[in-house]
Design a protein around this ligand. Structure first.
Ligand SMILES: [Fe+2]
Length: 242
């Protein structure tokens, strides 16, 4: 594939592609741990499908970096001052692997119940998708600016794939929340929670009513006092005349 950009702009693109690649590698391990723990069939299937997508994305990123003269795992092969970026790429790659290795067992242990664990994993997955979306939005914008249509197209496709996973999580999270509350909150409290907005409503409407009542009565009492004074004054005048 002929390069659409210059060596310098290729290096800039490889820098961002490599960071997205590092994120994909990190997620591959995390997704495997989450699949093992997922209880809901829809979530499990979604995670399994997304693991395949993630692996394909990593392969695609690696391929694109090679085409641009870069290298995935050890960071981009950049000339001159960009050797620093190469070292940074290698470091971030190692850090991602270490983070992913640490994250798997942690995900297996945390949470107060199985559903709580599943909810926490779905929440993590959600922000991971958000981070990936940000990576691909950046890559698409950089590639578009540099006139690299091939990379822009790849980033756009990957961003949409991440958005699909995020949408699935958005649908699943409220269902997992229900399961968590069912496991962790006594039934009578859940039914109280359901009815509480209706219970709060009259309470809230009573407050202004009770607050306005004295005001209204103060107003009427003020008026009656004033009227009483004027009556007394008229009587006094009448008495003085007499
Ligand atoms: Fe991904």
């Amino acid at each position: 594939m002929a390069k659409s950009t210059t060596p310098v702009s290729d290096a800039v693109l490889v820098k961002y592609l490599n960071e997205a690649y590092g994120k994909e590698m990190q997620l591959e391990t995390a997704l495997k741990a989450q699949i093992a723990l997922a209880q809901r069939p829809a979530l499990k299937k979604g995670l399994q499908d997304h693991l395949k997508v993630t692996k394909a994305q990593a392969r695609g990123l690696k391929k694109r970096m090679r085409e641009l003269g870069g290298k995935a795992d050890a960071g981009p092969d950049l000339p001159g001052p960009d050797v620093v970026a190469d070292a940074a790429g290698a470091a971030s790659s190692l850090a991602n692997k270490a983070l992913a290795a640490a994250k798997g067992p942690v995900q297996a242990l945390r949470g107060t119940s199985a559903s709580d664990n599943e909810l926490r994993n779905a929440r993590d997955c959600y922000w991971n998708e958000a981070e990936e979306i940000a990576h691909y939005a950046v890559i698409e914008a950089v590639a578009t600016e540099l006139g690299d249509r091939e990379t822009a197209k790849l980033a756009k496709q990957y961003r949409k794939e991440e958005e699909r996973m995020q949408a699935l999580l958005e649908r699943e999270i409220p269902k997992i929340v229900k399961a968590v509350l069912k496991e962790e909150v006594p039934k009578q409290e859940r039914s109280t929670a359901t009815s509480s907005p209706a219970r709060r409503k009259p309470a809230a409407s009573r407050k202004p009513a009770s607050a306005s009542k004295p005001a209204a009565s103060r107003g009427s009492s003020a008026r009656s006092t004033s009227s009483a004074r004027s009556t007394t004054s008229t009587r006094r005048k009448a008495a003085a005349k007499a």
